[in-house]
Each structure stands twice: as C-alpha cells, then as structure tokens.
Design a protein around this ligand. Structure first.
Ligand SMILES: N=c1c2ncn([C@@H]3O[C@H](COP(=O)(O)OP(=O)(O)OP(=O)(O)O)[C@@H](O)[C@H]3O)c2ncn1[C@@H]1O[C@H](COP(=O)(O)O)[C@@H](O)[C@H]1O
Length: 155
C-alpha cells in the first residue's frame, strides 16, 4: 500500500506515499479547520488509521491511551470530513484539512484544542506564565456530550 522507504530522493521528490512511522508505529498529525484555518488538534495515526482516513474521508486517529483506532466523533458526533491530506518533505508528519461544520474538535468543550495562547516577552524570575483564552466560551458542554467517558487528560 505504502512505498517502502528506500532513498531520500524518492521520499523527498517522488510522488509515492511512503510515510515514516515511529518506533510505536505512529505518525503525528496536525488537523486544521478548512473554514477558519484554525489548528484544531494534534494527534497520531498508525497505518490503519491513515488508510481509513484516506478511504473513508473521515479522520481516524490512533489513541495512545486507549491503544486503539479512534474514529473522531464516534461518541460526540463531531466527525471531521477530510478535505485535504498533505504529508511533509521527509514524510513523517501529516497535515489534515477538515470540515467540522458547526461542530467542535476539543474534548474540553472548545472548538479547537489550542484555545489558549502563551504571551511573548520576558518571563520574570519565578513568575507563573499567564495565558490568554483565544476562545471566549466553550461551544459545547463536554459533561453532557461525553457523559460517562473518562477524561483523557492526565496529570
Ligand atoms: N474527543 C477527544 C478529543 N478531541 C480532540 N482531542 C485531542 O487529541 C489528542 C489525542 O492525542 P493522544 O493520542 O496523544 O491522546 P490520548 O491520550 O491517546 O487520547 P485519548 O485516547 O485518551 O482520548 C488529545 O491530546 C486532545 O488534544 C481529543 N482527545 C480525546 N478525546 C476523547 O475521545 C473520545 C471520543 O470522542 P469523539 O471522538 O469526539 O467522539 C472521548 O472519550 C473524548 O474524551
């Protein structure tokens, strides 16, 4: 299915898909909203998740904590319709452009998982870094949507 990685020229300049999966069999994925261009989330795919994403045109990831294929939106209904898939020069990271309609992509209730920004500039000695909320309010209530599901965020 995927071309065996044999030489750099082919990997960088060739037109055959030959993704590089890490020692855990995963490739990092960054997912962007086709409408707003916001980065929605960062996850991972294994071979099966990448194949399913290509074939079904809906984003599938590999959940590291659950150790299984994860069809995004299966529980919440917030599926991601894939509009474009790109891979980078050395074919070890994937960029998905997805349509989420009026949905969201963050299990905390925001549209994007990247809902806070970190201020630039000098950090005072010993002072905690205060972030800014770029999304002013949640777009859904995760307590309702993910009722009974464990919170994947770990300390
Ligand atoms: N829905 C999400 C979800 N959406 C976005 N993300 C982001 O995707 C990343 C997942 O990457 P990782 O593989 O590193 O994290 P993980 O620990 O394996 O995630 P989990 O398998 O524990 O959910 C997280 O760090 C979040 O930033 C989510 N991470 C987890 N979920 C959980 O996925 C489950 C199914 O949700 P839906 O796909 O929306 O139906 C629910 O239990 C959700 O809580």
């Amino acid at each position: 299915m995927f071309k065996k990685r044999e030489n750099i020229l082919e990997i960088e300049e060739g037109n055959l898909l030959s993704p590089r999966f890490d020692n855990d069999g995963l490739i990092p994925v960054i997912t962007m909203c086709s409408k707003t261009k916001d980065v929605l989330m960062h996850g991972y795919m294994n071979v099966e998740a990448l194949k399913k994403t290509i074939e079904t045109k809906e984003a599938h990831y590999f959940s590291r904590s659950r150790q299984q294929i994860w069809h995004k939106g299966k529980t919440s209904g917030f599926t991601q319709k894939v509009r474009e898939i790109r891979i980078d020069d050395d074919q070890d990271s994937v960029w998905l452009t997805v349509d989420i309609g009026d949905g969201s992509s963050c299990h905390v209730g925001y549209r994007s998982c990247f809902y806070r920004s970190i201020p630039l500039g000098p950090i005072e000695n010993g002072r905690e870094v205060e972030m800014k909320f770029e999304e002013k309010e949640k777009s859904f209530d995760p307590e309702i949507i993910y009722k009974g599901q464990p919170n994947p965020t770990k300390i």
